[in-house]
Write a protein that binds this ligand. Structure first.
Ligand code: SF4
Ligand code: SF4
Length: 249
């Protein structure tokens, strides 16, 4: 069995729904600017995703206190912990095969000024060909929209990249831009030449969360994630998704 087959099989057996390998070379400069030598020295990333349950994501529009508490627990506590466990086990397996591996936590902010972690999971998933970066700055997959959380293991193992970056499929849709209560998105499509600030005011989103925390004791929004037609199912799904899917398939 090749290392690629072994690592993929391990990740899927540990309950990952998505698996990919990204060649990080095209984004080296960006990765170095965000995380420095510690992360930029790795040539590849194994990226794994877990699909969020619609029953949990669909608690978001109501955002009453009970729904907010349940969403936070299931998503931030349970799923992030499960992803961190998958990353640890994949990194352990790579280490035992003689490779260097660095598990990046599913959600751990290390930079308060730029409101980000040491490495972008979404960038890795994008480079691995698993989805595109939407106008919401979330990674949007064709099958589950942005309703997926990600974790990454950086490595020097000679794994084969699984794909190349997917072109944006947002089309004319502006649902995430329109739904945001603090107008945090500019509506610009992702471009690797532009900083995140050209598309997203992360500070406005964070202020909104802090206000909610102060007022209600629990902060949850996620409407940009909930509203995306690529993640919504059945009657509620926007025609945009259908139309654009037809256009791209
Ligand atoms: S989480 Fe809410 S406030 Fe933050 S960007 Fe998304 S829609 Fe806007
Ligand atoms: S809601 Fe629409 S514009 Fe926003 S990421 Fe999804 S498809 Fe793109």
């Amino acid at each position: 069995m090749s290392p690629d087959t072994r690592v993929r099989a391990l990740a899927l057996s540990l309950d990952a729904d998505y698996y990919g390998v990204a060649d990080l070379a095209p984004a080296r400069e960006f990765i170095h600017a965000q995380g420095g030598d510690t992360v930029a020295r790795y040539p590849r990333a194994v990226v794994m995703g877990m699909v969020l349950h619609d029953s949990i994501v669909d608690l978001l529009p109501g955002r009453d206190k009970a729904g907010a508490i349940l969403y936070r627990h299931c998503t931030y506590d349970v799923v992030n912990l499960a992803l961190d466990q998958i990353a640890l086990k994949v990194a352990n397996a790579l280490r035992r095969e003689g490779f260097d591996a660095f598990p990046i936590p599913a959600s751990k902010r290390t930079d308060d000024e730029h409101i980000c972690g040491v490495f972008s999971q979404k960038l890795a998933a994008h480079l691995a060909g698993l989805g595109w970066i939407g106008k919401s700055c979330l990674l949007v997959t064709p099958d589950h929209g942005p309703r997926v959380r990600w974790v990454t293991v950086l490595t020097d193992a000679p794994l084969e990249p699984t794909g190349s970056p997917m072109a944006p499929r947002c089309g004319d849709c502006t649902a995430c831009v329109d739904v945001c209560p603090v107008s945090a998105f500019t509506g610009r499509e992702f471009s690797e030449d532009e900083p995140r600030e050209a598309r997203f005011n992360a500070a406005a989103c964070e202020r909104y969360f802090k206000e909610m925390e102060n007022q209600k004791g629990v902060a949850v929004c996620g409407m940009c994630l909930w509203v995306c037609p690529w993640g919504r199912k059945g009657k509620g799904a926007s025609v945009v998704a259908t139309r654009d899917k037809e256009k791209h398939e």
